[in-house]
Design a protein around this ligand. Structure first.
Ligand code: ADP
Ligand code: MG
Length: 670
């Protein structure tokens, strides 16, 4: 067997299984070896029941002391039994798993692993993993890889297959010399690949992830630099006129507010680029609420005044719709024709827009992916702009650019990457940073509360509504589910109805609604016709209603800190004092520590860095906040040191060290 052989040469993989592997992007033995786990689990020695801490995943070893009893619940069958060790008792609960009564017989001993909860005075574990003592002891001494899966392919099968080709890993050559590896403290690539699948301990695994992250960064930097060196800067075919610049400055002067320093210099940067000799490629970086939209609007205006079309691409239909309405209002007295194009529009509406795009009567088009479909043909696209760029892949962005002849591009990002790193990663782009919030904004006041405080939260929200303000309440789920215990918008809306005065307008919003419904509710909310919007995270990106002053997030412990920061960014967008309430439904030591970060800081950079610090040993792979990067292992923030190293190696040896393409970055979408 050799590295480039088809996967079917691996023992146990026939044509049918090969089809499943193909779905994961695995075709050859080498692909299999380079298939990177999503995370790892480690098993700790079991604890005594009396020493358990609720809210954390732990293991106990105990004996089954009761028969399994089953009863029908509202949605599923609940089976339970009791387990004891010498220190205490715990109740084990399974859902829709009637077969377990044949497994857990009275008198047998197992090790149960799962999140421990308190129900009244009693410890419980729901749907735990279970092992025999001897199996568990084997697991205890190792870290177990968890691979990204596809239906029909189990983690254990992948583990087995990789095991049977592991002897080939040693034969993979390293493109880095021993000298460079020593100098930069990098382990050999084959050792890193081996450890990724069979890690001995966390230290060893960290070094391996570091090495593979380095490889991805090095290849990325190498490619982007070579590309940059080979293409001269492209000539500007869409120069804006002097008149356009003057008029854009007037437009800015007439805005109801004054731009911040950061916004002003971003506008100046862009006007400079667009009237210069070369095509603009610029990233506008600014935290949530810093006012990126108006900056893009100014550039799109200058572009339109000079006779070219401009496109603004956003990740969701609701956001497209909102930007569209805002832009229409913004430009209503300026003679600029703004149009909308989204997937859910009627065929006839889309057709009308296609026609206008082609003949050139549309100046600015705002939309989703619909903007890059084949049918959308532009007369002369001078500028493309992507908002919330982390939600798009590089390819989608390029595709939009290809709709024109070398249009200017701007991308807007709230991803908190330090400038030093941004310069490396976005080497082919200029960067404008908006580092301050608009004047008059008050610092959002935060509090983390447990569920017992809900009634006072509702009273507080009622008070804000009396003052004419509005509130968001976020729940993680749409409806009740058997797999997760978390608040859901459907039941929540019913549940809080009685908590508020009659006449309080409460609506619910979630991703499964159709686009028209979503838009209608959001417009109604922005127009002030809804007091409380109970929503899932569909409102996470971009949504703007400056009159909303309360963001209450249920099950805050279930969200990543970066996501909580985005959600919080939906308030504090106007002059009024705003509030963020994080409801910690778990109240474990970990969740408290994490959520404390949200209470302490409103700074996206700080929050991202703390997010990294507080993550567990299984989470070596980064948060991938910068989703437009084609990396499988590497994450700009998590592996900042590997990125710096890759840059140094490139600068010192780039001419002689060609990266190997072992890690195929195109597979990242799995
Ligand atoms: P983001 O950077 O998160 O995309 P937006 O562009 O949506 O932020 O702006 C948030 C809100 O701030 C909007 O209501 C916008 O009109 C307003 N805004 C933008 N710039 C200023 C400014 N300089 N002064 C006051 N309000 C501003
Ligand atoms: Mg925005």
């Amino acid at each position: 067997m050799e590295l480039n052989d088809s996967i079917t040469s691996v023992k146990g993989i026939g044509d049918k299984t090969a089809g499943l592997y193909a779905r994961l992007g695995i075709f050859t033995v080498k692909d299999l070896i380079c298939y990177i786990p999503r995370s790892y689990i480690s098993y700790e020695d079991p604890l005594e029941i009396k020493n358990l801490t609720p809210g954390i995943k732990q293991s106990i070893r105990g004996m089954v002391i009761s028969e399994v009893t089953s009863r029908k619940g509202r949605r599923f069958t609940i089976s339970e039994f009791s387990v004891k060790d010498k220190s205490g008792f715990i109740k084990i609960i399974f859902y829709n798993s009637a077969y377990i009564k044949n497994v857990f017989r009275k008198g047998l001993e197992f090790i149960f692993t799962g999140e421990v909860k308190l129900r009244g005075p009693q410890y419980i574990m729901e749907m735990p993993e279970y092992h025999s003592t001897s199996d568990y002891m084997k697991l205890c001494s190792s870290l177990q890889p968890i691979y990204p899966l596809t239906a029909g392919l189990k983690n254990n099968s992948i583990k087995k297959s990789i095991n049977s080709v592991s002897h080939l890993i040693d034969g993979i050559d390293d493109y880095l010399s021993d000298e460079i590896r020593k100098k930069y403290d990098l382990i050999p690539q084959n050792r890193a690949l081996y450890n990724i699948h069979f890690p001995r301990d966390t230290e060893e695994l960290k070094k391996s992830v570091h090495r593979l992250a380095f490889d991805e960064f090095y290849k990325f930097i190498y490619d982007i630099r070579k590309l940059k060196a080979s293409t001269e800067r492209i000539e500007n075919e869409h120069k804006i006129s002097a008149e356009a610049i003057t008029k854009t400055r007037e437009f800015i002067k007439n805005l109801p507010f004054e731009l911040t320093e950061g916004q002003n210099s971003a506008v100046n940067d862009m006007l400079g680029d667009m009237s210069g000799d070369y095509v603009m490629k610029r990233m506008i970086q600014g935290d949530v609420g810093s006012g990126k939209t108006i900056v893009a609007a100014a550039a799109l205006y200058a572009n339109a005044l000079s006779g070219y079309q401009g496109a603004l691409m956003v990740p969701t239909e609701v956001l497209a719709n909102q930007h569209y309405l805002d832009f229409k209002k913004l430009f209503s007295s300026y003679g600029i024709n703004v149009a909308l194009l989204t997937g859910s529009m009627k065929q006839s509406e889309k057709k009308a827009v296609y026609n206008e795009l082609l003949e050139g009567s549309i100046d600015i088009i705002i939309g989703t992916h619909a903007l890059i479909q084949n049918k959308a043909i532009y007369k002369d696209l001078g500028m493309v702009c992507t908002d919330e760029q982390h939600r798009f892949g590089v390819k989608q962005r390029d595709k939009l650019s290809e709709k024109g002849s070398f249009p200017h591009t701007i991308i807007m990002s709230a991803t908190p990457i330090p400038r030093t790193l941004a310069i490396i990663i976005y080497a082919d782009m200029d960067i404008s940073v908006i580092s301050e919030l608009p004047k008059g904004r008050k610092r959002i006041l935060n509090s983390v509360l447990d569920t017992s405080m809900r009634p006072s939260c509702y009273r507080f929200i009622a008070g804000e509504i009396k003052k004419g303000h509005q509130a968001y309440i976020i729940c993680p789920m749409i409806e009740e589910s058997e797999n997760f215990e978390a608040e859901n918008v459907t039941d929540y809306v019913q549940a809080i109805a009685n908590e508020f005065e009659a006449g309080t307008r409460i609506s619910c919003l979630h991703g499964k609604m159709n686009e028209a419904e979503k838009n209608e509710i959001l417009q109604s909310f922005t127009a002030g016709n809804i007091d409380i919007l109970v929503s899932t995270t569909v409102i996470e990106v971009g949504i703007n209603n400056p009159n909303a002053t309360v963001m209450m997030i249920e099950n805050a412990e279930r969200f990543g800190l970066a996501q909580l920061h985005q959600l919080r960014g939906r308030v504090g967008r106007g002059d009024a004092q705003s509030y963020a309430i994080f409801v910690d439904c778990k109240n474990s030591p970990e969740s408290k520590e994490r959520l404390k970060v949200m209470e302490e800081s409103n700074d996206g950079f700080y929050i991202a860095s703390m997010d990294l610090k507080l993550r567990g040993p299984g989470e070596l792979f980064g948060v991938r906040q910068s989703g437009d990067m084609p990396f499988m292992v590497a994450d700009v923030l998590t592996h900042a040191d590997a990125l710096q190293k890759a840059q140094e190696v490139y600068l010192a040896y780039g001419d002689s060290v060609t990266p190997s393409t072992k890690l195929d970055s195109e597979r990242m979408t799995v």
